[in-house]
Design a binder for this molecule. Sequence first.
Ligand code: BTN
Length: 232
Amino acid sequence: MRFSKIIWLEKTDSTQNEAKEKNLSYNTVVVSKIQKRGRGRSGNTWISQQGGLYFSILLNPNELKHTDQLSILIGLTISEYLEKLGVPASIKWPNDIYCKGKKICGILSEKTGKSLIVGIGLNVNQESFPEKVEAISLYNITGKKYALTEIFLGLLSSLNKLFEELPHKDFSDFKNRIEEKLIYKGSEIIVKSDPPVVGILQGISEKGNLLVLTSEGIKEISGGEFTLRPVI
Ligand code: BTN
């Protein structure tokens, strides 16, 4: 098992910061029951109360293949893991996981110095979320409470399998599986870029970029966020 060094914490600011600042060796995983300042993408806060799973993995990018697509590949792995638990899950490009139209898991990839730190937040046993947070937990879906350690070790084992496979596979080997799970395919979306891109979500490219059919043809979007276009 590649991820055999695990640091278990009761509480921390952010497992991302722990993985960044503690001079740890590659493939160490930091997991915490609570985060006081959990971070999401684009400077967002990641609400991290008791009951969720919060962990970060310190990776050596030189040992990896497909680093540009790693987040979406991890998203695929986690959504397939959730399905094994009987919870249908979709991928919202670039790397969120949705169940029943709400976010259940977020992935944050950060490059620092020579390392790549991938942080994963999965909503497991939370009963509710603050108002305005459009989130859902495994408990909200199945009505069951889960042993966090079991879910964590199960996920690590699925991620280990992904990392074993990566050197022997092309991204195209995963592309269909990702597209099958892509949420909002065929819907009209707005990509939050300058200027915004409006069009129909088609799928992903061989590089993992988002393909959007616009009035000027297909556009390939390499990063950022999108929302559904509101019906006026
Ligand atoms: C997002 O969807 O915006 C990404 C959320 C990532 C949250 C995880 S929880 C573990 C790790 N530590 C953090 O502070 N953030 C990531």
